[in-house]
Unconditional design. Sequence first.
Length: 195
Amino acid sequence: MKPPIVAGAVLAAALALSPCVYAQSGAAVVGKGPGVAGAAQTVTIAATITAIDAKTRAVTLKGPQGREVTLTAGPEVRNFAQMKVGDAVDVQYVEALTLELKKGGGMKVQKSEAAGAMRAKDGSTPAGAIGRQVTIVANVVALDPATQTVTLKGPQRTVDLKVRDPAQFALVAKGDQVEATYTEAVAIAVSPSKK
């Protein structure tokens, strides 16, 4: 299932609402273990609805820096009629990347993708979430100890990956595989204005 096109529009809006998204509320987590590394970041942006055009389903949002952006809420957006000027909109964006060394290989070199979406029930407060996860399995085809670079050949291209940790680099051998998983999700919730 592909996420609705509104996902790209929401992410673009989040970026447009602030000149520096990371200056908003956010958290980053980085972790590693033998043959495993990962990083995740969550960014939250608060905006306010400043205009609504019911005929075109256009909603204008004003971000914390005073920037405004207009989005079109497609037919997949339920409970559109409940949104009012002055309502608060919270946008939360999460992305994560994990890399895992698979000693000895044996897995099929491939790219797989999964996506999903959730939306509010009819009659409830407008809200929704979308996400996708991409997993790639690649072969380790070369190592350069002088630069601590690992060459990975995936299903569509070959890339060089610099491994900054010498202990992690020492674990990798030609013929091993790396499984990389990238996950991103956007959640949106509308709260009635407190008048």
